[in-house]
Design a protein around this ligand. Structure first.
Ligand code: FAD
Length: 220
């Protein structure tokens, strides 16, 4: 589907929210992702397509993704950051089952590493002010300046900010306090994989949802 860039804004250190128009009849659930296609000159080996979770909420009029600017970005990211309002891009249909459960009384534990905050921003932004879903969040970032969207998150979740590494011990201790929680883990692939390993013997498959972001390393 055709779309056009609308605006960009810095939402945390090296973290940029990029908005583009919502194609007609495009609907999605908070937490889902899309594939963006952006043909550009001097495309590097990583190509002209990327997956991104929509950090916007489905009720917002424009679509937004949020991403990091690496010290040496791919040609795709450079093309995104250099795009002017009105420039075209293509958006796929939304995909993924990293979405809120129907049962509103379920205890939820959101676990975000760095840019992995994106689906949780979408979920918290879509909840009505009256919503009282029980949500606990562990959110790890490299430094205080790298936390994004704290205000929106804190409207609905009890957020524990962690500077540095989020350990599996902390995650297990936090989960133990909750009754049959659904645990959502989102972030760089190595982080998500190691936390999943630590939890998989204690929690069932249906309680554990993971969103892996490839091409991010712990160094970033
Ligand atoms: C379901 C899903 C959802 C996702 N959601 C998000 C999201 O919400 N936000 C988000 O930011 N990402 C998300 N991602 C990851 C995203 O698709 C990209 O893989 C990620 O942003 C890295 O982008 P990039 O490859 O353009 O590299 P960059 O971010 O530009 O760089 C990442 C690292 O790779 C190095 N690098 C850059 N170019 C090259 C190259 N050509 N060859 C070798 N190394 C290079 C950089 O120096 C840096 O160390 C998601 C992925 C999936 C599968």
């Amino acid at each position: 589907m055709e779309s056009k860039f609308v605006q960009q804004r810095l939402v945390a250190k090296n973290t940029i929210a990029v908005s583009f128009t919502k194609p007609e009849n495009f609907t999605y659930q908070a937490g889902q992702f899309v594939e963006l296609t952006l043909p550009h000159k001097q495309t590097d080996s990583r190509g002209e397509k990327r997956w991104f979770t929509l950090s916007s909420s489905p009720d917002e009029e424009i679509l937004t993704i949020t991403t990091k600017r690496a010290p040496s970005s791919s040609s795709f990211k450079e093309a995104v950051f250099n795009s002017r309002p009105g420039a075209p891009l293509r958006v796929s249909d939304p995909m993924g089952d990293f979405v809120l459960p129907r049962n509103e009384s379920k205890q939820l534990l959101f676990v975000a590493g760095g840019i992995g905050v994106t689906p949780f921003r979408s979920m918290c932004a879509t909840l009505s002010p009256q919503s009282n879903r029980p949500i606990t969040m562990l959110y790890a970032a490299k430094s205080q300046e790298e936390f994004a969207y704290l205000e929106t998150l804190k409207n609905h979740a009890t957020v524990h900010e962690i500077i540095g590494t989020l350990t599996s011990d902390l995650l297990l201790d936090t989960a133990k306090e909750l009754s049959e929680p659904m645990i959502y883990i989102s972030g760089p692939e190595p982080m998500v994989a190691s936390l999943y390993e630590a939890l998989k013997h204690t929690y069932s498959q249906s309680q554990l949802l993971c969103d892996y972001f490839p091409n991010y390393t712990r160094k970033e």
